[in-house]
Ligand binder design. Structure first.
Ligand code: CO8
Length: 375
């Protein structure tokens, strides 16, 4: 058995971001037009008027202040309300691959590893832009990586489940080094015309290099253990798939072809599941709350993270102990906890302990216990 370690991480951040005020202005303009266009049906009581969204609600309910997106103009155009991401020719790099390669190159540079020395690329994301060939194989080729590659999807827990898969391969000796990459184009799966969720998601890509600890060239994080759990729920669902058909030739006629959730139920059901999952994982590894120096949580909702942090630590987390990035990135599905890890881990001292934890659709929960090693 070999010991696995995260030796590098990288984040690709899109160039453009949308503030809550910009988003709400676009939504309200769309709602006003909708209500004017349907004034007769609304006054006859056969159609509900669309109420305005509000920045205050968004910040209070979620903690989100802005989000990065791959295309801002389409999302903010009240006559479109979706990103304009033109389809690319088959011989051009796909958008997910392009974003993923940027994050991978940053992670490889931090690890001091050549792409050619990578044995496996796992593209772990909540949506893949095509059925096949796997985005991971395209990323492998664009990077010049060796070995094999495959795609996997466990929604918001894709990254941690991918880390567990790669870690197990490294431990057993079947591979020496892996890249786990998470390109998340959430903006293309979000119904920007739905007031209940139009503020939730953003775009990003993250990557980590995982290799044998003995091969690490600098400071790194030893992976002490990983744990994954799932429990079926329809409370977060997207029905888009190859057996589905558009109605009347218009995809937009089917609300279920985009992200849907019962947010309140998710909130209530996932919180105890996650708190218990982390507590059990730590207890089985002999880690007390006092031993924990950092919690890098899934980035969906600030209140949710505050609650989990308090449950796990048995007290209010101190500033920096449980860093949130959702105020700037919104929910970036599987990438959220990895952004937090990548941006808020350098300051940890030799021997410090941290937990990455993701949770979301499935339901799914994944936790990774790390120990800082400084050379
Ligand atoms: N502006 C103003 N008012 C609003 C708005 C708005 N934008 N939206 C809703 N309201 C109103 C509602 O109509 C409601 O009014 P009333 O009380 O009169 O009915 C009131 O505000 C309260 O609404 P909610 O009950 O919906 O509000 P909550 O306080 O529950 O907050 C949240 C909503 C923020 C969604 C919250 O429930 C939450 O964060 N839940 C957890 C969500 C979560 O963690 N989800 C994980 C999903 S991510 C995942 O698994 C990955 C999936 C793959 C990603 C795909 C990419 C797209």
């Amino acid at each position: 058995m070999f010991t696995a370690a995260i030796t590098g991480s990288g984040v690709f951040t899109p160039e453009t971001s949308i503030s809550n005020d910009e988003l709400v202005a676009a939504f309200n303009s769309y709602a006003d037009t909708f209500n004017a266009d349907n004034a007769d049906a609304i006054s006859a009581g056969t159609l509900d008027a669309k109420p305005h969204s509000s920045t205050d609600f968004i910040v209070a309910a979620s903690g989100i202040e802005r989000r990065y997106v791959m295309d801002k103009s389409g999302v903010l155009d009240p006559s479109k309300m979706h990103p304009s991401l033109p389809e690319r020719a088959d011989d051009a790099p796909s958008l997910m691959a392009e974003m993923g390669v940027d994050a991978c190159n940053k992670a490889l540079a931090q690890a001091g590893v050549d792409a050619a020395d990578i044995d496996a690329v796992l593209c772990a994301a909540s949506n893949h832009e095509r059925a096949y060939p796997a985005i991971a194989v395209e990323i492998q080729q664009l990077l010049g990586a060796g070995g094999f590659a495959f795609d996997m999807n466990v929604a918001c827990s894709s990254a941690t489940f991918g880390i567990q898969a790669a870690t197990d391969m490294i431990r057993s000796g079947s591979i020496r080094r892996a890249l786990v990459v998470n390109p998340e184009i959430c903006s293309a799966h979000l119904e920007w015309r739905d007031r209940d969720c139009h503020f939730i998601f953003g775009d990003v890509a993250t990557a980590v290099v995982i290799e044998r600890a003995e091969d690490a060239k600098g400071d790194h994080f030893v992976i002490k253990s990983t744990r994954c759990a799932t429990q079926f729920s329809n409370n977060i669902r997207n029905n888009n798939g190859f057996l589905r058909r558009t109605r009347n030739g218009h995809m937009e006629d089917r609300r279920d072809m985009q992200f849907m959730q019962n947010g309140r139920k998710v909130f209530k059901e996932v919180l105890p599941m996650v708190s218990k999952h982390i507590a059990n994982h730590m207890a089985d590894d002999g880690i007390q709350a006092d031993d924990l120096n950092r919690l890098w949580l899934h980035q969906a909702n600030k209140t949710m993270n505050d609650y989990i942090g308090k449950k796990v630590l048995g007290r209010e987390p101190e500033t920096g102990e449980q860093p949130n990035i959702l105020q700037d990135y919104a929910n970036t599905s599987s990438a959220g906890s990895i952004i937090a890890f990548s941006k808020y881990s350098d300051d940890l001292d030799h021997g410090d302990t941290g937990v990455i934890c993701s949770f979301g659709a499935g339901y799914s929960v994944g936790s990774v216990i790390l120990e800082r090693v400084k050379s």
